[in-house]
Design a protein around this ligand. Structure first.
Ligand SMILES: Cc1cc2nc3c(=O)[nH]c(=O)nc-3n(C[C@H](O)[C@H](O)[C@H](O)COP(=O)(O)O)c2cc1C
Length: 245
């Protein structure tokens, strides 16, 4: 049976997003290694807000009362061996689109509160088999601190339950990923190396169930200096706003 990989893209830009520019090569690598891989653009789906009614725990255990695309997306999630969540950094965290999607997984838990040995608490799961996860974030700023909340989120999740996350990608300078003009060959070379590392990560997940440290490091090499990125971004905005200096 083929390994099944599904990435849920939480960018409102959907198929035009930098998130997609990161996810696509990773899925391509997974396909090269024999997986069946698919990207789902949440912006194209009807996923309404969790109502907080807890009917999925009381009246219809394991099922949400809202009739929208989430029913088939949860099925897809459960059928997958690997699930990726991709988001741009919005307000230092994930997009509302992706957060809303994750909230709708409440039916997979039961109301019963359990305590871990480390003092954290969790709701007992209704299902026994969860897919392995990978996570992709990209920021519009250079630097690393914009990912601090997302890193803390994963750290807390790891404390609360058995970790099934195999890879976290925190890509800064996200807005240059769509660059295609050959004005800056060094940048194109670095983007191409980043894409190669993404493909390698996809292949490794399928063939060995994990991503080696060398690949993780290659995924986090700088695309350009902070100053270069700032100059480039500011120049781009000035041109767009007609404020040449
Ligand atoms: C509402 C909004 C909030 C944002 N907040 C942040 C932020 O806190 N930190 C950051 O580095 N970039 C922020 N950005 C920039 C995006 O992360 C950046 O443009 C990213 O490359 C978009 O990725 P996408 O094409 O996958 O949507 C924000 C963008 C928007 C529209």
């Amino acid at each position: 049976m083929k390994v099944k990989m599904t990435a849920f893209n939480g960018s409102p830009r959907g198929r035009n997003s930098n998130s997609h520019r990161i996810v696509e090569p990773l899925l391509e690598g997974a396909r090269e290694a024999g997986a069946q891989a698919e990207e789902v653009f949440l912006i194209e789906k009807d996923v309404r807000h969790c109502r907080g009614c807890f009917a999925c725990w009381t009246e219809t255990p394991g099922k949400c009362v809202i009739n929208d695309d989430m029913t088939s997306l949860i099925d897809l999630y459960l059928e997958s061996d690997y699930v990726g969540l991709a988001t741009p950094v919005y307000g230092m965290f994930m997009t509302g689109l992706l957060k809303n999607f994750t909230d709708r997984f409440l039916p997979l838990a039961t109301p019963h509160i359990r305590r871990n040995d480390n003092g954290s608490f969790y709701h007992e799961e209704r299902i026994r088999r969860f897919p392995r996860h990978f996570f992709v974030a990209n920021s519009g700023f250079p630097g690393a601190y914009n990912f601090d909340l997302l890193k803390a989120y994963h750290e807390i999740a790891r404390r609360a339950g058995p970790s099934n996350i195999v890879l976290e990608i925190y890509r800064n300078c996200g807005e240059v990923l769509g660059e295609s003009s050959d004005d800056d060959p060094e940048l194109l070379r670095r983007i191409s190396e980043f894409n190669d590392a993404l493909k390698q990560a996809g292949r490794e997940m399928v063939t060995s169930g994990q991503v080696c440290q060398d690949t993780v490091e290659r995924l986090h090499t700088q695309l350009m200096s902070d100053e270069e990125y700032m100059d480039r971004a500011n120049k781009g905005w000035d041109e767009m706003l007609g404020q040449s200096q």
